[in-house]
Design a protein around this ligand. Structure first.
Ligand SMILES: [Zn+2]
Ligand SMILES: [Zn+2]
Length: 70
């Protein structure tokens, strides 16, 4: 029993690429359109992406995304 069929594909929870700084980071805020931004860039751009600290607006599609429910 060498192959279980369970390890065929890599899990998708490896590093994500931040669309802002283009680094591979362990965590990104993501939008449904596919846009991803790392914590660091989010902090740096918070003034332009969030007006209330509760939701952030995707610069790509303009959709509002929540901080809490990902
Ligand atoms: Zn980044
Ligand atoms: Zn988006």
């Amino acid at each position: 029993m060498a192959r279980s069929g369970y390890t065929r594909k890599h899990k998708l929870q490896t590093a994500t690429k931040c669309h802002c700084c283009r680094r591979q980071v362990p965590f990104c805020w993501t939008c449904r359109c596919g846009f991803a931004i790392c914590q660091e860039c989010m902090q740096a751009n918070l003034w332009g992406m969030s007006c209330n600290g509760i939701t952030w607006q995707c610069p790509d599609c303009g959709q509002q995304n929540g901080f809490g429910n990902q």
